[in-house]
Design a protein around this ligand. Structure first.
Ligand code: DAH
Length: 340
């Protein structure tokens, strides 16, 4: 009687395993037969009522059936896992022949391209890059650069003041002083950075702009070194046929001082709308570092001399790409920026 029950149970269980199509169904088959209230468990509980002869025989049969069902469950679970994986691969299939989604990569801003080029040119001449703060004291921006308390450049009409002594720097020349305070000659640095002036915004002005300061201090530095260095810079940026013109000028922190013009490369000096019919385009200020500036930084001006210059990155960029309105550099219109 109990033997028949076990045999019949074996048949049902194996059939259920064979039909199960998922891990969840297999689990419910397992519970149905082997669980605490499972059918095989229930059969085994009846063993106590069997005679001493029957008990080992039925026990062996029950073990055999349990082993068989367990083996069937195990191989079925491998089969089901395979099938589930195949179904998933099918469902999540990727068509690699479909066109992809283009990645929107950024690019360097034209001013960054020009700055990177300038830095490369100066690194090649043995310069290194120095940085200084944008929020500066009047000492570094003016006093240390021989620009006394009554100088018009200090006027609050032109300079952003936080208080009497704290300003947004109006020029990167302040970094000259910071470098010379810390470093003794030989010095060769350029210092790019943001600068600020109270200017109305138009095609050639902005309250926020960028400069690159240059400084070289060593024994025997002359105006010739300044000219050679600026020539190398401009030829590197604009091509080997560019011409520079040095015009006498005045800056409080250089003596002598010179403004440097670039021969218009649209008309080669003949005069055209690009150079406002001048033939030359004003590019930067420069000169030999004033002895008083060197001395203030603890550098002996009877032994050392130096040159310095300051140039607007906007100006360099507008010239490089023949852009006629500086505001284009700040508006971040991707249709404009994509062209570089
Ligand atoms: N600081 C000047 C400006 O903002 C540029 C300049 C002129 C820098 C002469 C210098 C220099 O280092 O020697 O227009």
């Amino acid at each position: 009687m109990i033997r028949q029950e076990i045999e019949e149970l074996r048949g049902r269980a194996l059939a259920a395993v064979a039909q199960a199509g998922s891990a969840a169904e297999l689990e419910s088959v397992r519970v149905q037969y082997f669980g605490k209230k499972g059918e095989l468990t229930a059969v085994l509980k009846q063993m106590g009522g069997l005679s001493a002869e029957e008990r080992p025989v039925i026990g062996a049969l029950a073990n055999e059936v349990r082993g068989e069902i367990e083996a069937a469950l195990e191989s079925a679970s491998a089969r089901v896992a395979d099938a589930e994986m195949t179904a998933r691969l099918e469902a999540e299939r990727i068509d690699v022949t479909l066109p992809g989604t283009a990645l929107q990569t950024g690019r360097r801003h034209p001013m960054q391209i020009v700055l990177d080029d300038v830095i490369k040119i100066f690194l090649g001449m043995g310069f290194s890059v120095a940085e200084g703060p944008e929020v500066e004291t009047t000492y570094y921006v003016f006093d240390a650069l021989n620009t006394g308390p009554d100088h018009p450049a200090r006027d609050p009409q032109d300079t952003f003041y936080f208080d009497d002594e704290t300003i947004l720097r109006t020029q990167t020349s302040s970094v000259q002083i910071r470098v010379m305070e810390k470093q003794k000659p030989p010095i060769r640095v350029i210092s790019p950075g943001r600068t600020y002036r109270k200017d109305e915004i138009d095609a050639t002005h902005s309250a926020h702009f960028h400069q690159i300061e240059g400084l070289a201090v060593d024994r025997g530095i002359t105006m010739g070194d300044l000219k050679g260095t600026l020539n190398t810079m401009m030829q590197g940026l604009y091509g080997s046929d560019v011409k520079l013109r040095f015009r006498p000028h005045h800056f409080p922190y250089t003596e002598p001082s010179a403004e440097v013009d670039l021969q218009c490369f649209a008309c080669h000096g003949k005069g055209c709308p690009m150079c406002k019919y001048e033939g030359w385009i004003e590019m930067l200020g420069s000169g030999m570092v004033h002895p008083a500036v060197l001395e203030r930084c603890g550098i002996d001006s009877s032994i050392y001399s130096g040159f310095a210059f300051g140039v607007g990155i906007e100006r360099l960029t507008l010239m490089r790409y023949k852009i006629n309105d500086m505001r284009l550099l700040y508006e971040n219109d991707v249709r404009f920026l994509r062209q570089f």
